[in-house]
Write a protein that binds this ligand. Structure first.
Ligand code: 5GP
Length: 213
């Protein structure tokens, strides 16, 4: 009766390092159908538990710069001295297949996506407090003290951008946060501006059927 746009949703998720956005996104993939993460290219070195082609495509700076020149990125940014970019082809292919695509990207990248993709949904994940953020960053032991400091200072800048997003989730309780994210995506799927076609059938025929009964 009502035919919605069959393209997937483009979902941008940002938030300071240590706010829990990766965990949330991974949980979202488990509870929703037809949703994928975009796998970014990065020049950052892999962490101990990270796998090439799954967490990121780990590439050289030379390769990254070459990809920029060849317009291979929907957006890219330099974060904490490393390049990160969203490969455009994979995103568009997945959206065309009807899959929802999550971009877990920084505020600079989100700003660029906002300029070119007005249909995207922007979700900001906020830590419950800066003290908790600091504790999470220190506890995960994936960065040096210097890197933690840099990421922690950047967090203040990032949080200032929250008003540019459509939704904010304060990630205090992970289960509550995931249920909010799930609800946001469900609501977005029902938006009137996603309707592509309304087919009410043949009115005269239906009326005739009522009368002849
Ligand atoms: P991390 O080094 O902790 O994996 O990521 C650092 C920051 O870069 C995070 O805020 C993460 O969301 C962001 N990021 C990851 N991939 C991309 C990307 O493709 N583009 C942009 N702009 N940021 C990204």
């Amino acid at each position: 009766m009502i035919k919605s746009n069959e393209k997937g949703l483009l979902i941008v998720v940002s938030g300071p390092s240590g706010c829990g956005k990766s965990t949330l996104n991974q949980m979202l993939l488990k509870i929703r159908n037809n949703i994928v993460m975009s796998i970014s290219d990065t020049t950052r070195l892999p962490r101990e538990n990270e796998k090439n082609g799954i967490d990121y495509n780990f590439i050289s700076k030379e390769e990254f710069l070459n990809n920029i020149r060849n317009n291979k990125y929907l957006e890219y940014a330099n974060y904490s001295d490393n390049y990160y970019g969203t490969p455009i082809k994979a995103v568009n292919d997945n959206l065309d297949k009807g899959l929802d695509v999550i971009l877990e990207i920084d505020i600079e990248g989100a700003r660029k996506v906002n300029e070119i993709r007005k249909d995207a949904i922007f979700i900001f994940i906020m830590p419950p407090s800066m003290k908790i953020l600091k504790e999470r960053l220190v506890a995960r032991k994936t960065e040096t003290k210097e890197q933690i400091l840099k990421r922690f200072k950047t967090a203040y800048k990032e949080i200032n951008e929250v008003s540019k997003y459509n939704y904010v989730i304060v990630n205090d309780d992970i289960n509550e946060s995931i249920s909010k994210m799930n609800a946001i995506l469900t609501c977005e799927k029902c938006r009137v501006d996603r309707i592509e076609d309304v087919d009410l059938g043949n009115k005269e025929e239906l009326i005739h059927e009522i009368l002849s009964n």
